[in-house]
Write a protein that binds this ligand. Structure first.
Ligand code: C2E
Ligand code: CA
Ligand code: CA
Length: 640
């Protein structure tokens, strides 16, 4: 055998070995079902076949005397034809990545494949000669030339796409492909000058390595917490492709209903495991690949409307989970389903729906199947409108503070007031209660700013209106749980009080029961600092959260504000249990040596009952509604 034989065999054999190894890694992992990924897979597989074809031509050309002429020609046709097709697939791959936004018409698709068809016709009918010498053997002639011509056309096409749609390629992907193409150019030139070199297999292998290392690596898309599930980046890509297809599809999401409980009782790590069991439990219905987009949920994209019936018959939504310490917990999750483009149309809107269904407000109420309709999308849109309004208000002084007088039974006068924030703009979206916009501000990270705006206004008002001259001992100011655990809170409040020269003892900070329990050290540290300065504290909404009386005493609240939900039931019919509950709470607080405030006092009857039980502070519509600054000053002038 010629020396050239071994030289020429070497390159394709090595390339084949590398490609087979890469195939093993690529095909044993879950791949995204993106159009571009499918085209890359085609490129990958056809490269593999092309190298095999090349090896077969090497065999037949070195056994040219013993091989039938037509077999030799067929092997060469297979080799050259598959190389044409491989380059065509690479072109289509880059094309798909360049225009995720639109699909080609049949005509455009035809035009794009004309060079390939021309090349394939030449492969079938073209003439081929064989060069046989001691330094190597190869084929040449019209058929072989087609590779150079069609490759040149498609490579030019690729370069044009890369330049023209540069912005469409994320993470400098265009540069990677361009470098690969440049290398191809060098290889082609070398091949042209050294016909015996046979290095096309190496060019293919290198291009595959380039693409796999940069963005076709399935690991880029897998979620590390949950086996078999893809990450949110993968979701984003799939979602935009689904949306652009303009065909109907469904987003199904399984959301854990009691995420908070899971976090506190089982720990963060378990959430991934629980979601993984949810996925397994539902996989036989949904089948498709799942995505881990929001921490507490798993989402699935699917095309068939049969999913509705499948889910209706299978939305038990309960799961028994045993954690690492052998603790068995029964958990609930709910399923939501959204039809696109029926209810929402854009990828951003789909993401907002996901945000919405995984937010606490929704999953607290739901179990079973939540079908997302116009009504829910409407609510969601209103939420995002409110979000924008609040954002604007934070930046453009759009808030004002109302004051609701608090009556002291001991002192028989209005000795304090609660500061309650209001949006100045009451027309754009109508009146929006702080009960609605405060949670939105908390979620959107605006609450610290908002809280300081309120506090600044209260200080300014207290100083400017000389509230102490009207017999006001202190003002109650609401502090959100998020502000409470902000390390800078004491300093921020202090500098604000100093600015208006209002002493800290003029403020009683209200912290809700829920946020004063289970928050760890930061809140306590802040409270201690503020207490040392002179501020007082009230526990707000007593009776609505999970009370932790030990902590209540430990953290030294001065006042406990009994929530309306403990008061009102006492006056609905003949509700003796409610009365027992309320009276015991009042007694308990008093025996702990803390002051009691009753909120939501609306009637004389309620006022008398509370007075009889020794409640020292009363607040509610019976006395006065929250009012703007000037009205409050007049109110005080009238009542002193
Ligand atoms: P909250 O702290 O429990 O405030 C008491 C709420 O009960 C106020 O609603 C008040 O207007 C209302 N209220 C008072 N008396 C009566 C009554 O007799 N009957 C009825 N039906 N309602 C009464 P508002 O002003 O809508 O505030 C709602 C919630 O928004 C507050 O609940 C508080 O949690 C939050 N909030 C208000 N202002 C602020 C603020 O500046 N910062 C923070 N973080 N939260 C605030
Ligand atoms: Ca309050
Ligand atoms: Ca309250």
């Amino acid at each position: 055998m010629d020396r050239g034989f071994y030289m020429q065999y070497r390159t394709p054999i090595v390339s084949l070995a590398v490609v087979i190894t890469l195939m093993f890694f690529y095909f044993t992992r879950k791949r995204l079902r993106l159009r571009s990924t499918k085209l890359f897979t085609l490129f990958f597989v056809s490269s593999f076949l092309n190298i095999i074809a090349e090896l077969s031509t090497l065999y037949t050309i070195y056994h040219i005397d013993t091989t039938a002429v037509w077999i030799n020609r067929l092997c060469h046709q297979f080799f050259i034809g598959s190389l044409d097709i491989t380059i065509y697939f690479l072109f289509l791959y880059v094309d798909a990545r360049a225009h995720r936004q639109r699909r080609d018409t049949v005509l455009v698709q035809l035009v794009k494949s004309v060079p390939l068809f021309a090349a394939l016709i030449m492969v079938v009918f073209g003439k081929l000669n064989y060069y046989i010498a001691a330094d190597g053997r190869y084929s040449y002639g019209l058929m072989a030339m087609t590779v150079y011509v069609s490759a040149a056309v498609y490579i030019l096409g690729i370069i044009t796409l890369l330049i023209r749609y540069r912005a469409q390629f994320k993470n400098k992907a265009w540069l990677t492909i361009l470098t690969g193409i440049f290398l191809w150019g060098c290889f082609a030139l070398y091949q042209l000058l050294n016909p015996t070199a046979l290095i096309s297999s190496m060019a293919l292998m290198l291009m595959i390595v380039f693409l796999l290392l940069s963005f076709e690596n399935p690991r880029e898309f897998t979620d590390f917490g949950i086996p078999g599930v893809m990450n949110s980046y993968a979701f984003e890509l799939m979602l935009s492709e689904y949306i652009e297809s303009k065909r109907e599809f469904f987003l199904v999401t399984f959301t854990l209903s009691n995420e908070k409980l899971i976090k506190t009782s089982l720990g963060y790590k378990d959430i991934a495991k629980i979601l993984s069991s949810v996925f397994k439990q539902q996989q036989h219905i949904t089948g498709k690949e799942a995505f881990h987009v929001k921490e507490n949920s798993i989402s699935i994209l699917c095309r068939s409307s049969g999913i509705y019936t499948a889910l209706l018959n299978n939305s038990t939504g309960t799961l028994c989970y045993v954690n690492g310490n052998g603790i068995s917990v029964s958990l609930d999750y709910f399923t939501s389903i959204l039809a696109v483009p029926l209810f929402v149309q854009t990828a951003n809107e789909v993401m907002s729906v996901l945000d919405y269904v995984s937010s606490e407000g929704v999953y607290r109420q739901k179990n079973g199947l939540l079908i997302i309709t116009d009504e829910i999308v409407g609510q969601m849109k209103r939420n995002s409108d409110i979000e924008m309004l609040v954002q604007h208000a934070v930046e453009h002084d759009g808030f004002e503070v109302y004051y609701q007088p608090i009556y002291s039974t001991d002192k028989d006068r209005f000795s304090s007031a609660e500061a309650l924030v209001r949006l100045k703009d009451k027309t754009t979206l109508g009146y929006i209660s702080p009960e609605v916009f405060i949670p939105i501000a908390e979620k959107q990270g605006m609450i610290k700013k908002l809280g300081m705006i309120v506090f600044d206004k209260v200080c300014a008002f207290a100083a400017g209106a000389h509230l102490r001259d009207y017999g006001i001992d202190y003002i109650e100011v609401n502090i959100s749980g998020i502000q409470g655990i902000d390390e800078s809170l004491p300093e921020l409040l202090k500098s604000c009080m100093d600015k208006y020269a209002v002493p800290p003892r003029f403020f009683n900070l209200e912290i809700t029961e829920t946020s004063s329990v289970n928050v760890g050290e930061m809140l306590l540290k802040n409270m201690n600092k503020l207490r040392t300065m002179g501020c007082g504290f009230s526990m707000d909404d007593f009776g609505t959260g999970y009370s932790n009386l030990a902590k209540m005493v430990q953290t030294h609240f001065d006042l406990i504000k009994i929530d309306k939900s403990l008061l009102w039931p006492c006056f609905e019919g003949d509700n003796k249990d409610a009365v027992v509950l309320l009276e015991s709470c009042i007694e308990l607080i008093q025996r702990l040596g803390l002051g009691v405030v009753a909120e939501g006092v609306e009637t004389e009857e309620q006022m008398k009952m509370l007075k009889k039980n020794g409640v020292t502070y009363l607040q509610g519509y019976y006395f006065a509604r929250p009012m703007p600054e000037d009205a409050y000053v007049s109110f005080l002038a009238e009542h002193t």
